[in-house]
Write a protein that binds this ligand. Structure first.
Ligand code: JEW
Length: 244
């Protein structure tokens, strides 16, 4: 997969040189290229913003640098443009799985009060464009949202997670009945500050461990994410779980 990121803060993406994504890039498994939008400005001050038509607070990102940047970065090769924005469609695990199947993604990171709306409209003449929100809160720009989405997407690519991790068992399994959050996890020592590891996990009884883990996940989901429990089909809850 090739990912291009366009931003006025390219250094924001230094974390993509680290850890699993950094290793995947170094091994050639993943091709991530970060571009400074100001490379496509032509004035002395490298201007990327201007006042909003119709008045209002703040500034809006000018369309010209974006148009030239996308023309050069995409360069006719099929790519999907992802534009983080507070007003976008919610980004979910199912979107991460869907986008992990793409050959090329381009992330356009806005700042100020956003990017001139004609940029998305013009790009949509040549490629699929998605305006996406990572949550109902307002960030200062698209960079953090892009880091979140790039991590959620690329961790699903074959070979990116090491042998000790697995995306298969992740919670938020999209589409299946197990719309559950992760339950508690434990490791050595068996006793720590007067807290012992639940004995079932030491029993070697895999059936009992699986049932216990599912029960704990249901309880945690009911406690922290009642919205997910409501969406769970009745048959997914056995009699014991209905007491949660
Ligand atoms: N647009 C806008 C905007 C509108 C009003 C106030 C502040 C901003 C800042 N901003 C500029 C670019 C940009 C990109 C993504 C987000 C973003 C995404 C999520 N999920 N929250 N915030 C915010 C962004």
């Amino acid at each position: 997969m090739r990912i291009d990121i366009i931003s006025i803060f390219p250094d924001y993406f230094a974390p993509l040189d680290l850890s699993l994504i950094g290793r995947a890039r170094a091994s050639g498994l993943l091709d991530v290229r970060v571009h400074d939008l100001r490379s496509w400005t032509h004035d002395r001050h490298n201007t990327v913003d201007d006042t909003p038509y119709g008045g209002g607070p703040g500034m809006v990102m000018k369309p010209e640098p974006w148009g030239e940047a996308l023309d050069e970065v995409v360069a006719g090769a099929p790519a999907r443009l992802i534009l983080p924005t507070p007003s976008g469609r919610p980004f979910r695990q199912a979107d991460a799985e869907r986008l992990a199947g793409e050959e090329r993604l381009v992330f356009g990171c806005g700042r100020y009060e956003g990017i001139d709306s004609r940029v998305a409209a013009d790009a949509a003449l040549r490629m699929p464009v998605e305006e996406v929100s990572i949550g109902d809160y307002v960030l200062n720009g698209g960079e953090s949202a892009t880091l979140v989405m790039v991590e959620a997407i690329t961790r699903l690519l074959p070979g990116v997670l090491g042998n000790t991790e697995s995306a298969v068992q992740d919670s938020f399994a999209s589409g299946g009945m197990e719309n559950l959050v992760e339950g508690p996890v434990y490791t050595k020592p068996v006793m720590w500050r007067d807290q012992e590891v639940p004995p079932v996990l030491l029993s070697g009884n895999h059936g009992a461990v699986d049932r216990w883990r599912r029960d704990q996940a249901l309880r945690k989901t009911a406690r922290n994410r009642p919205d997910l429990v409501g969406a769970m089909p009745e048959e997914a809850l056995d009699r014991r779980d209905r007491e949660v």
